[in-house]
Design a protein around this ligand. Structure first.
Ligand code: AMP
Ligand code: ZN
Length: 114
């Protein structure tokens, strides 16, 4: 039995309405959005943090990123601008230890992020 909340979502032990899904990944709405568009792009393979990636995961990461750019276009945030963010470990704000990209858009972001 997994205790990982994203693995539970992928296994549908927790219900969700995916915005996109294929054999490699699932994209869902973030439960606590910080922007008008806030999707999570989650690999079906459990990888705890970016630090745990191996060479065999490189195509998967490309797949996650290209899904993010595809969703940005579909959601029409690509021209105004968007962020694809991955938080690695607690100091960067990671709270769910299953690699995922945040797709953020629909408002203006500032740099540096603070
Ligand atoms: P991070 O802090 O980068 O690990 O991001 C984890 C994200 O998962 C946060 O933005 C949470 O709001 C989101 N989250 C946690 N539980 C759920 C859930 N059950 N469904 C959707 N998003 C969730
Ligand atoms: Zn997991």
């Amino acid at each position: 039995m997994t205790t990982c909340i994203f693995c539970k979502i992928i296994a549908r032990e927790i219900p969700c309405t995916p915005v996109f899904e294929n054999e490699h990944l699932i994209a869902i709405d973030d439960i606590s959005p910080v922007a008008p568009v806030h999707k999570l792009i989650i690999p079906k393979k459990h990888i705890s943090t970016l630090n745990d990636l191996t060479a065999e995961d490189i195509p998967l990461i490309g797949h996650l990123l290209s899904t993010g750019t595809h969703l940005a276009k579909t959601l029409k945030i690509d021209q105004d601008g968007y962020r694809l963010v991955e938080n690695c470990n607690a100091g960067a704000g990671q709270t769910v230890y299953h690699v995922h990209f945040h797709l953020l858009g629909g408002r203006t972001f500032h740099w540096p992020p603070g």
